[in-house]
Design a binder for this molecule. Structure first.
Ligand code: PMP
Length: 354
C-alpha cells in the first residue's frame, strides 16, 4: 500500500515524477542509455540543466530581471557558508527564527560581524519576530522564510535597504511572493523541488563581485555562473528529477495553482488542531506554516494510541523533530489533500476512542 507521506524532507514528490524518473534510469530519452551513465556534457543533459534553470526563473517570475539560477551541491548548509563568503565584507544582519537560521549565523560569523536583528529563541522559536529594523550599513540581510522544524513561516518580508538573502529550502515554489524583492534565494531541492543532492540558488548578478577576499572556485557564485552550473560534475540525476518536478508544477498552473491547494491542506489540518481538544498547535497562529504543521497531544497518555492509529492508516513521517517533540505534518507541494483528510480522520478517531 502506498503510504501517506508527511516526511519533513526528503519528502514526497509527484507520483508521475517518480514514474518518469524511474523510466529514465533504464532508458533516458529513448537513447538506449541510462540517465545514470551519460556525460553531464552530453547534449541531452545540457538541455535538462537549461530547462531546469529556465523553469526555476519562469515559475518565480524572475526571467529577464538580472537573475541567474544555479544548481549546486553541498545542500543548503553549504549556502550558509557561500552567502557569507561571497557577500560579507564587514557586517551582515540576520533574523534568527530557528535551528537553520542559527546554523547560518554560526557559519557567517567566520567571515565578519553579525548583527542578529531579532530572535525568537526566547520561546523556542514558536513565532516570527516582528518590528525589527535592518541596519543600512550591513552588507546584506538574511532570513529563513519557513522554519521546517518549528512550523513557523514568514508571511511578510521587510523592505530591506540592503540586499535581501533568503533560505527558502522548505517553502520555495509553494506560495506567491514578489520574488524580485530578494537578491539571493537558496533552497535544498529535497522538499518542493526534487531529491536530495542539489541546491537551487537564484542570485541577482549585480550583488556579486563586491567583497575583497579571494573565494575558492567551488564556493564562488561567479565561477558557477560563468560555467552554467557545470564547473564540476553536477548532480545529474537530482537535477533531472528536479526538472521533472518543475515541469509538473508548470503544467499544474504554477505557483498560483499550487498555493491554493497548499492553503486548503493547511486549513484542513489547522482547523482540526484548533477544534479537537486532544491537540494543541505549537506555533503562534499568525505565524503558522502552510508547509509544516507542528502540534502536540494535550493528554500525553494517548501517545501510544494515536501512534497506532496513524500508522494503521498508512501514514508515514509524522513524528515531530526532537527539539519540539509532538508531531509535525509536512505538507509539501506533492502531498495530496486526500492524505491530510486521512490524517484528520485519524485525529477525530482518537477523540472517539480516547
Ligand atoms: N534550511 C532549512 C530551512 C532546512 O529545512 C534545511 C534542511 N531541512 C536546511 C536549511 C539544511 O539543508 P541541507 O540538509 O540541504 O544542508
Amino acid at each position: 500500500m502506498k503510504k501517506h507521506n508527511f516526511s519533513a524532507g526528503p519528502c514526497i514528490l509527484p507520483q508521475t515524477v517518480f514514474k518518469e524518473a524511474s523510466e529514465a534510469i533504464l532508458n533516458f530519452n529513448n537513447s538506449g542509455l541510462s540517465i545514470l551513465e551519460i556525460s553531464h556534457r552530453s547534449k541531452d543533459f545540457v538541455s535538462v540543466m537549461d530547462e531546469a534553470q529556465k523553469l526555476s526563473l519562469e515559475l518565480l517570475g524572475l526571467e529577464g530581471k538580472g537573475y541567474k539560477a544555479l544548481f549546486l551541491q553541498g545542500g543548503a548548509s553549504t549556502q550558509f557558508i557561500m552567502t557569507a563568503y561571497n557577500l560579507l565584507q564587514n557586517k551582515a544582519a540576520y533574523l534568527n527564527t530557528g535551528t537553520w537560521s542559527t546554523k547560518a549565523i554560526k557559519e557567517a560569523k567566520l567571515f565578519g560581524e553579525i548583527d542578529e536583528v531579532a530572535s525568537s529563541a526566547d520561546k523556542n522559536f514558536n513565532y516570527i519576530p516582528k518590528g525589527y529594523s535592518i541596519p543600512s550599513d550591513a552588507d546584506y540581510f538574511h532570513c529563513t522564510s519557513n522554519n521546517t522544524i518549528f512550523g513557523t513561516q514568514m508571511k511578510e518580508f521587510p523592505n530591506s535597504p540592503i540586499p535581501l538573502v533568503c533560505d527558502m529550502s522548505s517553502d520555495i515554489f509553494s506560495r506567491k511572493l514578489d520574488f524580485s524583492k530578494f537578491d539571493l534565494i537558496y533552497a535544498g531541492a529535497q522538499k518542493n523541488m526534487g531529491p536530495a543532492g542539489t541546491t537551487l540558488v537564484i542570485v541577482k548578478e549585480s550583488i556579486l563581485g563586491k567583497v575583497q577576499r579571494q573565494i575558492p572556485s567551488m564556493l564562488d557564485y561567479q565561477v558557477h555562473i560563468k560555467k552554467d552550473s557545470m564547473f564540476n560534475t553536477p548532480s545529474v540525476y537530482a537535477v533531472y528529477v528536479s526538472m521533472l518536478t518543475l515541469r509538473w508544477l508548470k503544467k499544474l498552473g504554477g505557483i498560483e495553482a499550487i498555493e491554493k491547494i497548499n492553503n486548503k491542506k493547511a486549513e484542513t489540518i489547522y482547523n482540526e488542531i484548533d477544534r479537537n481538544p486532544l491537540f494543541k498547535g505549537y506555533a503562534e497562529k499568525e505565524d503558522r506554516s502552510i508547509m509544516n504543521a507542528t502540534f502536540t497531544l494535550t493528554e500525553p497518555k494517548l501517545e501510544d494510541l494515536f501512534n497506532d492509529l496513524w500508522k494503521a492508516a498508512g501514514i508515514n513521517g509524522l513524528n515531530g523533530h526532537r527539539s519540539v517533540g509532538g508531531y509535525r505534518a509536512s505538507m509539501y507541494n506533492a502531498l495530496p489533500l486526500e492524505s491530510v483528510e486521512i490524517l484528520v480522520t485519524v485525529m477525530k478517531e482518537l477523540e472517539t476512542q480516547a
